[in-house]
Design a protein around this ligand. Structure first.
Ligand code: NAI
Length: 342
């Protein structure tokens, strides 16, 4: 969690200066799309991390002010701004984790797939630059439709000869964050304890919360399972409608993405107990990409957790079969897009 980062106290008068803050910081993080609705609060949250020494912010517009502003926070990382294609390479050199929230968000009435035509090209261009400049980095894809943009990124990396499936992640953390919040609310549980794995993909019915595997275990009626599942699947749309044309989830998304970055950094730092759900190349089902809980380590995904897909409830088994055709089509659409490019 991010709690540790915010818990730091003001220095006592006779305490020696700067050490504590600088000791742990050693990782470089880049955000591509850093001046956007997600990018800005995400940059702020990552600036709070004691594990980050450099925070590189890239966007095609308005990034200078964001970087100047955030750079005044007295936390360890040095913040630099990069703009325009000519500065993208420098933004990425030596980076350990690249987060990509670049692209257009939904407006009311739109599905995530409606964003494909614009965002597919943006993700392709950005991942090409990642391949050329920091092929060893963990890559976190936020840009929608995640079910297609992650397969696009994989194809681009393959074309460049640097694809490591253990280091490419579709960010589905927000689905987990939402599931945890809604279940805790419904059952009156202490939020910090609740953990619901969410599998499948990141759009509509492809989002499948495994409520039967909630920790601590909760008992839910069939009706509660149905209500919670549908609310988690439509939570993004709930925000799109509330914002009424001004975009989709940005603040909760930034929180979720910051959690995934912090988990990745802890894994890179040798913490042996880091698990997150993510949309990744997978052999847990017959689909080539699938979201599930993965164990993170220094080299990316250290282990998949096949037991998470065993012992599902009847409701979950059915929902899993029902989501496969849509998820398969979205994956294939992404692959076809990347393969037909010159
Ligand atoms: P936004 O429009 O506020 O910000 C997007 C930013 O990307 C802008 O600053 C824009 O200048 C920048 N950008 C556009 N083309 C670029 C390029 N070629 N290189 C670098 N930057 C570029 O949008 P917002 O709300 O931040 O959403 C971003 C994406 O995240 C959308 O595709 C949205 O659907 C997705 N999203 C994903 C979620 C998830 O759970 N994975 C949740 C919420 C949103």
């Amino acid at each position: 969690t991010l709690r540790g980062s915010f818990a730091r106290k003001a220095q006592k008068p006779n305490q020696s200066s700067h050490h504590g803050l600088q000791l742990q910081a050693s990782y470089k993080v880049a955000i591509l799309g850093a001046a956007g609705g997600i990018g800005q609060p995400l940059a702020l949250l990552i600036k709070m991390s004691p594990l980050v020494s450099a925070l590189n912010l890239y966007d095609i517009a308005n990034v200078k002010g964001v970087a100047a502003d955030i750079s005044h926070c007295n936390t360890p990382s040095q913040v630099l701004d990069f703009t325009g294609a000519s500065e993208l390479g420098n933004c990425l050199k030596g980076v350990n984790v690249v987060v990509i929230p670049a692209g257009v968000p939904r407006k009311p009435g739109m599905t995530r797939d409606d964003l494909f035509n614009i965002n597919a090209n943006i993700v392709k261009t950005l991942v090409e630059a990642v391949a050329d400049n920091c092929p060893d980095a963990f890559i976190h894809i936020i840009s929608n439709p995640v079910n297609s943009t992650v397969p696009i990124a994989a194809e681009v990396l393959k074309q460049k000869g640097v694809y490591d499936p253990k280091k490419l992640f579709g960010v589905t953390t927000l689905d987990v964050v939402r599931a945890n919040t809604f279940v805790a609310e419904k059952k009156n549980l202490k939020l910090i304890d609740v953990d619901v794995p969410v599998i499948g993909g990141h759009a509509g019915i492809t989002i499948l919360p495994l409520l039967s595997k909630t920790k601590p275990s909760v008992s839910l009626t069939d009706e509660e399972v149905e209500q919670l599942t549908v609310r988690i699947q439509n939570a993004g749309t709930e925000v799109v409608e509330a914002k009424a044309g001004a975009g989709s989830a940005t603040l909760s998304m930034a929180y979720a993405a910051a959690r995934f970055v912090e988990s990745s950094l802890r894994a890179l730092d040798g913490d042996g107990d880091v698990y997150e759900c993510s949309f990744v190349q997978s052999d847990l089902t017959d689909l080539p990409f699938f979201a599930s809980r993965v164990k993170l380590g220094r080299k990316g995904i250290e282990a998949m957790i096949p037991s998470d897909l065993q012992g599902l409830s009847e409701y979950e088994e059915k929902a899993l079969e029902a989501l496969k055709p849509e998820l398969k089509a979205s994956i294939e659409k992404g692959i076809a897009f990347a393969q037909k490019q010159p």
